[in-house]
Design a protein around this ligand. Sequence first.
Ligand SMILES: Nc1nc2c(ncn2[C@@H]2O[C@H](COP(=O)(O)OP(=O)(O)OP(=O)(O)O)[C@@H](O)[C@H]2O)c(=O)[nH]1
Ligand SMILES: [Mg+2]
Length: 312
Amino acid sequence: MDINSYKTGFITLIGRPNVGKSTLMNNIIGQKIAITSNRPQTTRNRIQTVYTDDTCQMIFLDTPGIHESKNKLGEYMLKVAKSTLEEVDVILWLVEPSTFIGAGEQYIIEQLRSCKKPVILVINKIDTVEKSELEKYIAAYKAKLDFADIIPVSAKKRENIDTLVEGIKKFLPFGPPFYDEDTITDQPERQIAGEIIREKALRLLKEEVPHGIAVTVETMRVRGLEPDSYEEYDPDSIMDINATIICERDSHKMIIIGKKGSMIKKIGTQARKDIEKMVGCRVNLQIWVKVRKDWRDDMSQMKNFGYDIKGN
Ligand SMILES: Nc1nc2c(ncn2[C@@H]2O[C@H](COP(=O)(O)OP(=O)(O)OP(=O)(O)O)[C@@H](O)[C@H]2O)c(=O)[nH]1
Ligand SMILES: [Mg+2]
């Protein structure tokens, strides 16, 4: 590592819900940290991940999709997304491959105009369109804002990701790494476990139910060790995890539990498999379901469920 030419910087990913911000971030760092789903408003908090190689360290901030907020949770998500613009070296604005620039994009353009940081336009999901159409999309966006660069990619198929990484590097300041090379994320294991459960619920449940869900993880404990112990454990160990899914109505609770518990069982099995991969041992996962009426409009409840109202 040549310390004189080493580059380190912060990069934020912004864009409307569902454009693939979390998928892209996971694929750049090569590990699944942020959950993803085909439903808008999957990401709720800012998630930091770190990509390190011999020449640079990139600290990515994945943010909630920018959208019109309908409740306090929505307002909070918007604030998280907007506040990061001022703190970074490079902004990645992700868009769908389309020539249609609607009110949602226009709103983001307004935010970016007043911001002095380099903005790279990332046209994602190019696997879904004809390559010959790309020039049209590029031209449509170019007319709207002065971009530092425009890079079409497919986050899902990993197309052009290396070009994007090189493109970002150009705009990073010189400087030593902030984090050691093993650091991948700022998210505590407990938080990621809760998010994995929320992802399965988002993917398995229909209609309005998933948007009113929060997940808390009360305990994660390897049998035979103290809670939150940093002692090593082997792959045959069993970790007991207790988690709660919070929803807004009794009727939602019934849907989450399902006939004879079939839905909660499905959510639990899928989540357990992913959590086992993360913690590297066997997992015994117990999930409870609780109703907290209208928690998405109640600041103190939101705080209990891990949304840091003041801090962000
Ligand atoms: N075809 C295709 N689908 C993609 C691509 N990138 C992401 N997706 C899909 O788009 C959906 C949304 O992806 P996410 O990464 O959750 O999107 P997001 O922008 O983080 O969404 P929010 O967190 O809700 O703001 C998922 O179903 C992804 O699999 C891509 O390059 N091509
Ligand atoms: Mg996301």
